[in-house]
Design a protein around this ligand. Sequence first.
Ligand code: FPP
Length: 253
Amino acid sequence: MATPPPEPGRIPRHLAVIMDGNGRWAQQRHRPRAIGHRAGARAVNLCIDFCLEKGIGALTVFAFSSENWGRPEDEVGALMKLFMNALEREVAELHRRGVRIAFIGERERFASAIRARMDQAEALTAGNTRLALNIAASYGGRQDIAAAARSLAEDVAAGRLRPEQIDEALFGSRVALSGLPAPDLFIRTGGDCRISNFLLWQLAYTELWFTETLWPALDAATLQRALDDYASRERRFGLTGAQVAGPQHEVSA
Ligand code: FPP
């Protein structure tokens, strides 16, 4: 994940999103939480449209955390049904629009019918290049890092790798999304200002943006505000402002 910094005023290459506030949106309307998630699925489409329109190359959304399995059974069930429906309904159209779909997280925890749909969506869209859509499902940042550490440890134990060969670049190649630039911009809706175990390794130098807007109420104007704020920021990656303004420098993002 070694990438040069983007120029100021640029569109993010990779947007990472925590889609929070579905439950509260439904509660405000005296509706069940599942209705909020359904409205949240529509907002995912809006966000995808926005990325396609703006030329953002990668979008990673946090659809279901490792911890979300602990929610009430009926809510988990409603979310599973929603994921299944979305996979059945949306994939062909996303494919037509040049979207490459990938899932990150512990896929083995899902029912086999959902896993099969996930595999099919990835296989069908693997050759697309317009937008890389990554759906974090049963994902946790600590679990992602632990899995990377385990895979390196296995290589060392098998004699394929020496401990001194392990550096940030090698470690980064074992975490999720390793084939993409690190997220430039992170957006969280719903008013809470935390990362909640999302992409802990990958967000090291990401610009963070929070909004009170509840996810189902998302609109293009809110996303545009995030982009405008991002474009106004100076990203220094640990260097000085003068260095960043200089003509040549190498940075690991
Ligand atoms: C957080 O809101 C949202 C989730 C746990 C689920 C996210 C799912 C979707 C947006 C819909 C489907 C997604 C795809 C990719 C098809 P919350 O329930 O924690 O809201 P609250 O904080 O108001 O309770």
